[in-house]
Ligand binder design. Structure first.
Ligand SMILES: C=C1C[C@]23C[C@H]1CC[C@H]2[C@]1(C)CCC[C@@](C)(C(=O)O)[C@H]1[C@@H]3C(=O)O
Ligand code: AKG
Ligand code: FE2
Length: 367
């Protein structure tokens, strides 16, 4: 297993206003030849557009089309687009604008929300100090969201405590955005349940009390974009990711041994299956390798809502997906809180996080 070393020599903090003008890319940001991005944008992946409103309306044709498209896509690469999603376009615009407000602050101001070692929330710039090499060319701001009605101000409170009262409005925007993402996730869970042939409410109920992670990705321009990566190749360890890209583009997915780009579309969310839902589906739906590339001209932003179950819930597939003896268990039971801890304290999520976690878990259980 990879050793998570602290950085041996101090790396200049990833201060966007300095590094984006840097021709000499610090070596810690240069990726190995077998992981560097190509110099051309790869061909577009034809990701199925799913009309979620149509599915939720119960129209038989819409239900049949959306469940078929979801099943095909999730068995192959785990990515699909969701249209007619019901998220207010003004809220979406405010969420994008608020990102600029945060990331365009002076570095010292952003550091008020600095991520603590071992914690998945807070502000991180390139993960200096967390990883020794292959540093991502990005700044991120991650914060917790709980669907529990007793935590209806969790996001607002987080920013008030971290950034002060001038961020109260900022917190309100993301409180509302995360609530919209949580509701959207539950509708998608109904779709995934039906597309897998299980009780429509099964996965919706499982994620009703989700304790999710909201992440704002800010990718500054890089003068050598063919040497660096905004986010390295990985599968999301979480259950479901609902991503909204800005107009710049940079998300790429690895399918049939080739990289493909996913064209930005402001009307749609890009949705992908994560490792935890792959385990919940007994390996039937796939959590796939993807990455984010950067460019030399303009910053890129993406909002990623990572749906996660309540931490103590046991990740175990429904009986319908284990019925016939042939479909033996693919992954052992585990809790999300332990898998999350694994990614934050023991292992940098990459393309084999879940398999490595499974082995780690078995070793622990044998001790
Ligand atoms: C549970 C998580 C860990 C990461 C954020 C969420 C879901 C995606 C994970 C991540 C983005 C996968 C690539 C590596 C990573 C370190 C990153 O580039 O940010 C991962 C996140 C993390 O561990 O902070
Ligand atoms: O920014 C993107 O388009 C993808 C980011 C991503 O994959 C992640 O944050 O897990
Ligand atoms: Fe991802």
């Amino acid at each position: 297993m990879q050793a998570l070393l602290t950085v041996p020599t101090p790396v200049p903090e990833f201060n966007t206003s300095i590094l984006k003008h840097e021709h000499n890319i610090p070596t810690q940001f240069i990726w190995p030849d077998d992981e560097k991005p190509g110099s051309q944008t790869p061909p577009e992946l034809q990701v199925p557009p799913i009309d979620l409103g149509g599915f939720l309306s119960g129209d038989p044709v819409a239900v049949s089309n959306s469940t078929r498209l979801a099943n095909e896509a999730c068995k192959k690469h785990g990515f699909f687009l969701v249209f007619n999603h019901g998220v207010d376009s003004k809220l979406l615009a405010k969420a994008h604008e608020a990102m600029d407000v945060f990331f365009e602050q002076p570095f010292s101001q952003k550091q008020r929300a600095l991520r603590k070692q071992g914690d998945h929330c807070g502000y991180a710039s390139s993960f200096v100090g967390r990883f020794a090499t292959k540093l991502p060319w990005k700044e991120t701001l991650s914060f917790p969201y709980s669907a529990d009605h007793k935590s209806s101000n969790m996001v607002e409170d987080y920013f008030f405590n971290k950034m002060g009262s001038e961020f109260q409005e900022f917190g309100k925007v993301y409180q509302e955005y995360c609530k919209a993402m949580s509701n959207l996730s539950l509708g998608i869970m109904e779709l995934l349940g039906m597309s897998l042939g299980v009780e429509r409410s099964h996965f919706r109920d499982f994620f009703e009390e989700n304790e999710s992670i909201m992440r704002l990705n800010y990718y500054p321009p890089c003068l050598k974009p063919d040497l660096t990566l905004g986010t390295g190749p990985h599968c999301d360890p979480t259950s479901l990711t609902i991503l909204h890209q800005d107009h710049v583009g940079g998300l790429e997915v690895f399918v049939d041994q080739k990289w493909y780009s996913i064209r930005p579309n402001s009307e749609a969310f890009v949705v992908n299956i994560g490792d935890t839902f792959m385990a919940l589906s007994n390996g039937i739906y796939k959590s796939c390798l993807h990455r984010a590339v950067v460019n030399s001209e303009t910053p890129r932003k993406s909002l990623a809502f990572f749906l996660c179950p309540r931490g103590d819930k046991v990740i175990s597939p429904p009986n319908e997906l284990m019925e016939d003896l042939k479909s033996l268990r693919v992954y052992p039971d585990f809790t999300w809180q332990l898998f999350l801890e694994f990614t934050q304290k023991h292992y940098r999520a990459d393309m084999k996080t879940l398999d490595t976690f499974t082995k780690w878990l078995q070793n622990r259980r044998e001790q």
